[in-house]
Ligand binder design. Structure first.
Ligand code: NAP
Length: 285
């Protein structure tokens, strides 16, 4: 059986190593899984429709993950979307159901599982930085858990669009220190791609008023969805202020385990996936 992650470019994806580790554990218990493969597939935007048609016609393809830049563009090419994919407006996981390809999004639930695992108490207001796919997933997950959300992005129109997922439980603003000072969050979710770049990450980290948001009871938690680097400038700054931090590895692992669980119908060894990701990150993979 074939599984894969499609994207453009795709060579740096950690998904093959992560899913490979979990498939190895599954095949120890059930040898039939030893024939399952998880690969990376470079699919250019112009080839996406042809890829989907080919995947639909190949019964060996149980499913595939979808990453940048296809998460939104693939939705209308699929036969059905889950409620999670509809709400987030993006697909990160496709699974076969008979002849049909169903688009799902496991990012929101993956993040919530990562926060639960880290012991984060979800109360009060969360600030979500960014207004792309990851910010949408975080907003959906947090709203569903009863948290108020404030979305801050440099494109204020995009921030408003994401906040509209929450009706009267979400607010929005520009991504400026001044605007952020008007909010009093118990959780910060960094969901921009700025943290991937040293200079942009540092500029963002300096702009976020962590000192002013710090609470006497130590309850402010700072999460960065970026996992490469694992310690982003924002997390480094939060840690230097003795704030609780959560890196992006937990979300990566849990969104992957949710997808693999749906494809295989089996319980997934999350610890094996995490160990494989961390080993790859340590090796600079
Ligand atoms: P996306 O849809 O391309 O959105 C990127 C967002 O970041 C946009 O709002 C963009 O704003 C903003 N941004 C980029 N550079 C910025 C900067 N220098 N300052 C402020 N804002 C900036 O990407 P995405 O899918 O949401 O992913 C965002 C990040 O989350 C990526 O690094 C991705 O690797 C990570 N992620 C992690 C997981 C996980 O499992 N841990 C899952 C999904 C995503 P503009 O529109 O103004 O450019």
């Amino acid at each position: 059986m074939r599984l894969s992650v499609i994207g453009w470019p795709i060579q740096h994806s950690l998904s093959p190593v992560m899913h490979g580790a979990a498939l190895e554990r599954l095949s120890e218990a059930e040898p039939s899984f030893s024939s399952w493969r998880y690969e990376r597939e470079a699919v250019a935007p112009a080839d996406l429709a042809a890829f989907v048609t080919g995947a639909r016609g190949d019964p060996d393809r149980v499913g595939f993950n979808v990453t940048i830049p296809h998460k939104v563009a693939i939705a209308p090419l699929l036969d059905r979307l889950t409620a999670s994919a509809e709400r987030t407006g993006a697909v990160n996981t496709v699974r076969r159901q008979g002849e049909a390809l169903v688009g799902d999004n496991t990012d929101a639930e993956g993040l919530m599982r990562a926060l639960d695992e880290a012991g984060v108490r979800l109360t009060g207001t969360a600030v979500v930085l960014g207004a792309g796919g990851a910010a949408r997933a975080a907003t959906v997950g947090l709203l569903d858990r009863g948290v108020q959300v404030h979305v801050a992005a440099r494109d204020i129109g995009a921030a408003q669009t994401v906040a509209s997922l929450g009706a009267d439980r979400a607010t929005w603003s520009a991504l400026t220190a001044e605007a952020l000072l008007a909010v009093s969050p118990s959780l910060v979710v960094q969901a921009t791609s700025a943290s991937m770049d040293e200079a942009a990450g540092r500029a963002l980290a300096e702009l976020v008023p962590l000192e002013r948001w710090r609470r006497d009871d130590g309850s402010l938690v700072v999460v960065d969805l970026v996992y490469r680097p694992r310690i982003t400038p924002l997390l480094a700054r939060a840690a230097s202020l003795d704030l609780a931090v959560v890196d992006g590895v937990g979300m990566l692992v849990h969104q992957g385990a949710l997808a693999l669980g749906a494809w295989t119908g089996r319980r997934i060894d999350v610890a094996a996936m995490r160990a494989a990701v961390i080993a790859a990150l340590v090796q600079g993979g």
